[in-house]
Ligand binder design. Sequence first.
Ligand SMILES: [Zn+2]
Length: 219
Amino acid sequence: MNITEYEKDFYILDNGEVRAFLIIGETRAVLIDTCYEKDHIIEVVNQLTNKPIEVVLTHGDRDHIGGLHNFKRCRIHIKDSHFIQCPISISYLRSKDQINIGNYCFEVIDIPGHTYGSIALLDRKKKLLLPGDSVQKGPIYMFGEHRNLDMYIESLNSLQYIKDIQIILPSHHEYPLGREYINHCLEDAMALKNHELTGVAHPTMPCSHYIGKNIEFYY
Ligand SMILES: [Zn+2]
């Protein structure tokens, strides 16, 4: 696992496929997502801090909750809580909840679509958005029962109006991205919905690969 100190006390933990974020405050630390089980993120976290850890999940896909069983409690949106199968204390994240940690003050924003319980974390002062998988170059996974393209489009549409976003740190692929990627995702998701993109069947997964102007999808 690659560890980058992005800013003081803000670490990006990256296995090359997915990343998590660790922010160390004075008395506790917040871990945002936990990568795959095979990544043993607890060991990486223990290298960086011995403070109590609060786990916050951007959504319930398995590459985000894999390391969860090594922690005591986590916070996730109620609509994604069914993804969690390990015995852990869960409290629910709600829109507009505040998560204050170190120099960061995050607000929870509901962005259903990629999953029904997807959330983004926004620090308005730093103009920083952690969108989980919902804003990234992709391929963004949009196939399967627990995803909804119409809701995804609606969520991006509402994100667009938040002026306090400049820097986006997604969980996959290139980072940081600028705020224009919200619109890139929106435009290409609309094209996907309107059948303007041509899909190529994926060799192993039950979906097709669509390449938009800026963003790719599995749908
Ligand atoms: Zn995901």
